[in-house]
Design a protein around this ligand. Structure first.
Ligand SMILES: Nc1nc2c(ncn2[C@@H]2O[C@H](COP(=O)(O)OP(=O)(O)OP(=O)(O)O)[C@@H](O)[C@H]2O)c(=O)[nH]1
Ligand SMILES: [Mg+2]
Length: 210
Protein backbone atom coordinates (compact mmCIF):
# COMPACT_ATOMS: atom_id res chain seq x y z
CA UNK A 1 0.00 0.00 0.00
CA UNK A 2 1.33 3.47 -0.88
CA UNK A 3 1.74 6.09 1.84
CA UNK A 4 -0.87 8.86 2.00
CA UNK A 5 1.97 11.44 1.91
CA UNK A 6 4.35 12.61 -0.77
CA UNK A 7 7.23 13.78 1.43
CA UNK A 8 8.18 13.28 5.05
CA UNK A 9 10.24 15.89 6.90
CA UNK A 10 11.76 15.52 10.36
CA UNK A 11 11.55 18.81 12.26
CA UNK A 12 13.25 19.43 15.60
CA UNK A 13 12.38 22.25 18.01
CA UNK A 14 15.40 23.59 19.90
CA UNK A 15 16.33 26.41 22.24
CA UNK A 16 17.10 27.14 25.87
CA UNK A 17 14.94 25.83 28.67
CA UNK A 18 11.59 27.64 29.13
CA UNK A 19 11.65 29.53 25.81
CA UNK A 20 8.32 27.79 25.11
CA UNK A 21 9.14 24.84 22.82
CA UNK A 22 6.55 22.43 24.28
CA UNK A 23 3.88 25.14 24.40
CA UNK A 24 4.45 26.00 20.73
CA UNK A 25 4.21 22.40 19.58
CA UNK A 26 1.11 21.83 21.69
CA UNK A 27 -0.57 24.92 20.22
CA UNK A 28 0.32 23.91 16.67
CA UNK A 29 -0.87 20.31 16.92
CA UNK A 30 -3.67 20.54 19.52
CA UNK A 31 -4.73 24.16 19.02
CA UNK A 32 -4.63 25.12 22.70
CA UNK A 33 -2.41 26.96 25.15
CA UNK A 34 -2.20 25.23 28.48
CA UNK A 35 0.12 26.87 31.00
CA UNK A 36 0.11 23.78 33.18
CA UNK A 37 0.90 21.38 30.31
CA UNK A 38 4.12 19.42 30.86
CA UNK A 39 5.12 16.42 28.77
CA UNK A 40 6.87 13.57 30.59
CA UNK A 41 10.64 14.24 30.68
CA UNK A 42 9.87 17.47 28.82
CA UNK A 43 10.29 15.61 25.53
CA UNK A 44 7.50 14.96 23.04
CA UNK A 45 6.80 13.74 19.52
CA UNK A 46 3.90 14.66 17.23
CA UNK A 47 2.86 13.99 13.66
CA UNK A 48 1.17 16.64 11.52
CA UNK A 49 0.22 16.50 7.84
CA UNK A 50 0.52 19.70 5.85
CA UNK A 51 -1.16 20.14 2.47
CA UNK A 52 0.81 22.05 -0.15
CA UNK A 53 -0.02 22.95 -3.71
CA UNK A 54 -2.66 20.71 -5.25
CA UNK A 55 -2.09 17.12 -4.19
CA UNK A 56 1.13 17.48 -2.21
CA UNK A 57 0.96 16.17 1.34
CA UNK A 58 3.99 16.64 3.57
CA UNK A 59 4.07 14.57 6.72
CA UNK A 60 5.91 16.38 9.50
CA UNK A 61 7.53 14.40 12.29
CA UNK A 62 7.89 17.00 15.03
CA UNK A 63 10.36 16.47 17.84
CA UNK A 64 10.05 18.57 20.97
CA UNK A 65 13.31 18.56 22.91
CA UNK A 66 14.21 19.65 26.41
CA UNK A 67 16.43 22.70 26.80
CA UNK A 68 18.30 21.40 29.82
CA UNK A 69 21.85 20.18 29.24
CA UNK A 70 21.19 16.76 30.82
CA UNK A 71 18.80 15.86 27.95
CA UNK A 72 21.25 16.89 25.22
CA UNK A 73 22.26 13.36 24.17
CA UNK A 74 18.60 12.40 23.52
CA UNK A 75 18.10 15.61 21.55
CA UNK A 76 21.02 14.73 19.31
CA UNK A 77 19.27 11.64 17.94
CA UNK A 78 16.31 13.87 17.00
CA UNK A 79 18.65 16.31 15.26
CA UNK A 80 20.11 13.49 13.23
CA UNK A 81 16.67 12.51 11.89
CA UNK A 82 15.62 16.03 10.96
CA UNK A 83 16.00 18.33 7.98
CA UNK A 84 14.47 21.39 9.63
CA UNK A 85 14.80 23.20 12.92
CA UNK A 86 12.60 25.70 14.71
CA UNK A 87 15.23 27.44 16.84
CA UNK A 88 13.59 29.48 19.58
CA UNK A 89 14.52 32.41 21.77
CA UNK A 90 12.41 34.24 24.34
CA UNK A 91 12.24 37.96 23.52
CA UNK A 92 12.01 38.73 27.25
CA UNK A 93 15.25 36.83 28.10
CA UNK A 94 18.33 38.35 26.48
CA UNK A 95 20.55 35.34 27.24
CA UNK A 96 18.35 33.10 25.06
CA UNK A 97 19.15 35.41 22.12
CA UNK A 98 22.86 35.35 22.98
CA UNK A 99 22.85 31.53 22.87
CA UNK A 100 21.28 31.20 19.39
CA UNK A 101 24.57 31.24 17.45
CA UNK A 102 26.03 28.45 19.58
CA UNK A 103 22.85 26.32 19.25
CA UNK A 104 23.03 26.83 15.49
CA UNK A 105 26.70 25.85 15.27
CA UNK A 106 26.24 22.85 17.57
CA UNK A 107 23.42 21.50 15.39
CA UNK A 108 25.31 21.98 12.12
CA UNK A 109 28.43 20.32 13.54
CA UNK A 110 26.40 17.42 14.80
CA UNK A 111 24.34 16.66 11.67
CA UNK A 112 27.24 17.10 9.22
CA UNK A 113 27.35 16.07 6.34
CA UNK A 114 23.54 16.18 6.26
CA UNK A 115 21.85 19.55 5.84
CA UNK A 116 19.67 21.42 8.34
CA UNK A 117 17.47 24.44 7.61
CA UNK A 118 16.39 26.89 10.28
CA UNK A 119 13.59 29.27 11.14
CA UNK A 120 14.40 31.51 14.09
CA UNK A 121 11.43 32.18 16.38
CA UNK A 122 11.37 35.19 18.70
CA UNK A 123 8.85 33.79 21.14
CA UNK A 124 6.50 35.40 23.71
CA UNK A 125 6.08 38.54 21.59
CA UNK A 126 2.86 39.16 23.54
CA UNK A 127 4.99 40.45 26.43
CA UNK A 128 4.87 44.18 25.80
CA UNK A 129 6.65 44.92 29.08
CA UNK A 130 10.07 43.41 29.67
CA UNK A 131 11.13 42.90 26.08
CA UNK A 132 14.93 42.49 25.84
CA UNK A 133 15.34 41.60 22.15
CA UNK A 134 14.26 43.90 19.31
CA UNK A 135 12.63 42.50 16.19
CA UNK A 136 15.39 44.04 14.04
CA UNK A 137 18.02 42.14 16.08
CA UNK A 138 16.24 38.83 15.51
CA UNK A 139 15.95 39.53 11.79
CA UNK A 140 19.62 40.50 11.54
CA UNK A 141 20.74 37.37 13.40
CA UNK A 142 18.64 35.05 11.23
CA UNK A 143 20.12 36.70 8.14
CA UNK A 144 23.68 36.47 9.45
CA UNK A 145 23.26 32.76 10.20
CA UNK A 146 21.71 32.12 6.79
CA UNK A 147 18.39 30.99 8.20
CA UNK A 148 15.17 30.88 6.16
CA UNK A 149 13.39 33.51 8.28
CA UNK A 150 12.89 35.21 11.62
CA UNK A 151 9.34 35.28 12.95
CA UNK A 152 7.94 36.83 16.10
CA UNK A 153 5.53 34.36 17.66
CA UNK A 154 3.20 34.15 20.63
CA UNK A 155 1.78 30.79 21.53
CA UNK A 156 -0.30 32.43 24.22
CA UNK A 157 -1.99 34.87 21.80
CA UNK A 158 -1.76 32.47 18.84
CA UNK A 159 0.34 34.83 16.71
CA UNK A 160 2.38 33.34 13.83
CA UNK A 161 2.31 29.78 15.24
CA UNK A 162 1.28 27.94 12.08
CA UNK A 163 3.23 30.48 9.98
CA UNK A 164 6.48 29.38 11.66
CA UNK A 165 5.95 25.73 10.71
CA UNK A 166 4.65 26.62 7.24
CA UNK A 167 7.60 28.91 6.48
CA UNK A 168 10.05 26.18 7.43
CA UNK A 169 8.19 23.45 5.54
CA UNK A 170 7.71 25.53 2.40
CA UNK A 171 11.35 26.67 2.48
CA UNK A 172 12.60 23.08 2.66
CA UNK A 173 10.14 21.91 0.00
CA UNK A 174 11.24 24.68 -2.38
CA UNK A 175 14.94 23.92 -1.85
CA UNK A 176 14.27 20.24 -2.45
CA UNK A 177 12.41 21.02 -5.69
CA UNK A 178 15.43 23.09 -6.76
CA UNK A 179 17.66 20.04 -6.25
CA UNK A 180 19.48 21.61 -3.29
CA UNK A 181 18.74 18.83 -0.77
CA UNK A 182 20.15 15.43 -1.61
CA UNK A 183 18.42 12.37 -0.15
CA UNK A 184 20.31 9.37 1.23
CA UNK A 185 19.08 5.91 2.18
CA UNK A 186 20.80 6.15 5.57
CA UNK A 187 19.30 9.56 6.45
CA UNK A 188 15.65 10.01 7.45
CA UNK A 189 15.52 13.80 7.66
CA UNK A 190 13.78 14.09 4.31
CA UNK A 191 12.04 11.06 2.80
CA UNK A 192 10.37 10.93 -0.58
CA UNK A 193 7.18 8.84 -0.56
CA UNK A 194 6.83 5.93 -2.97
CA UNK A 195 4.22 7.86 -4.99
CA UNK A 196 6.86 10.49 -5.83
CA UNK A 197 9.77 8.30 -6.75
CA UNK A 198 10.37 8.68 -10.46
CA UNK A 199 10.60 5.56 -12.61
CA UNK A 200 13.97 5.32 -14.38
CA UNK A 201 13.57 6.56 -17.96
CA UNK A 202 13.43 3.91 -20.70
CA UNK A 203 16.64 4.34 -22.69
CA UNK A 204 16.70 4.05 -26.47
CA UNK A 205 18.95 1.02 -26.22
CA UNK A 206 16.71 -1.00 -23.93
CA UNK A 207 13.60 0.07 -25.86
CA UNK A 208 15.07 -1.11 -29.16
CA UNK A 209 14.97 -4.76 -30.16
CA UNK A 210 17.85 -4.66 -32.67
N1 LIG B 1 3.94 35.12 27.80
C1 LIG B 1 4.06 33.94 27.21
N2 LIG B 1 4.44 32.85 27.92
C2 LIG B 1 4.56 31.67 27.27
C3 LIG B 1 4.29 31.55 25.89
N3 LIG B 1 4.50 30.26 25.54
C4 LIG B 1 4.87 29.61 26.64
N4 LIG B 1 4.90 30.44 27.70
C5 LIG B 1 5.29 30.09 29.08
O1 LIG B 1 6.69 29.83 29.12
C6 LIG B 1 6.99 28.82 30.10
C7 LIG B 1 7.85 27.73 29.50
O2 LIG B 1 7.14 27.06 28.50
P1 LIG B 1 7.53 25.59 27.99
O3 LIG B 1 6.71 25.35 26.77
O4 LIG B 1 7.43 24.59 29.08
O5 LIG B 1 9.07 25.80 27.63
P2 LIG B 1 10.12 24.74 27.02
O6 LIG B 1 10.97 25.48 26.06
O7 LIG B 1 9.41 23.55 26.51
O8 LIG B 1 11.00 24.35 28.30
P3 LIG B 1 11.92 23.04 28.53
O9 LIG B 1 11.10 21.84 28.17
O10 LIG B 1 12.31 23.08 29.96
O11 LIG B 1 13.13 23.18 27.65
C8 LIG B 1 5.62 28.31 30.62
O12 LIG B 1 5.36 28.96 31.84
C9 LIG B 1 4.65 28.78 29.56
O13 LIG B 1 3.35 28.98 30.06
C10 LIG B 1 3.86 32.72 25.15
O14 LIG B 1 3.62 32.73 23.95
N5 LIG B 1 3.79 33.89 25.87
MG1 LIG C 1 9.48 21.52 27.04
Amino acid sequence: MQEPWNFRFGIVILGDSAVGKSSLLHRFTEGTFDESHQSPLGIDFKVHNMNFDPDVVIKLLLWDTAGQERFRSICKSYMRNSVGCILMLDVSQRQTFDRVASWHQEVLDYVKPNPMFFVLVGHKCDLAVGRQVRKSEGEALAKKLNMLAYLEVSTKENINVSEAFETLTRGIYTLFQQGKIPTRDDWHGLTVGATNKKEPPVTKKSACCN
